[in-house]
Design a protein around this ligand. Structure first.
Ligand SMILES: [Zn+2]
Length: 97
C-alpha cells in the first residue's frame, strides 16, 4: 500500500513539527520539496511568521507566513525585537512540504 503525506517538517522557530519528522523516520522514501524564498527567490527552507503571536499554530496564509531561505530567515529573539514580526504587504502563500 502506498501512502503519500505532505506537511511542514519544522515550525516557525525551525523546531521539528510533528508528525512529519516521525513519519519521515518511518517512511521508505522521502522527497523534500522546497518553496521559493519570498525575499530573494532562493530555496525556501524555512517558514517565517510575519504576524505577532507566540502560539505554535496561527491559522493564516499570505498574511501570516512567508517562505524564507537560510540567509533571509529572521529568527525571532528577545535580544532582537526590532526584527521580529515585520508585516509585509502582498505576501504570497508558500508551503514547505
Ligand atoms: Zn532568501
Amino acid at each position: 500500500m502506498q501512502v503519500i503525506v505532505a506537511g511542514l517538517d519544522t515550525d516557525y522557530l525551525r523546531r521539528p513539527f510533528e508528525p512529519i519528522p516521525t513519519l519521515c523516520d518511518r517512511a521508505e522514501y522521502v522527497t523534500k520539496v522546497l518553496a521559493v524564498c519570498h525575499r530573494c527567490g532562493g530555496p525556501g527552507l524555512y517558514t517565517q511568521r510575519i504576524v505577532q503571536s507566540d502560539d505554535l499554530v496561527v491559522l493564516g496564509a499570505e498574511d501570516a507566513y512567508e517562505a524564507r531561505c537560510r540567509m533571509c530567515y529572521d529568527p525571532p529573539s528577545p535580544s532582537n525585537p526590532g526584527s521580529r514580526w515585520r508585516l509585509s504587504s502582498s505576501t504570497p502563500l508558500f508551503l514547505l512540504i
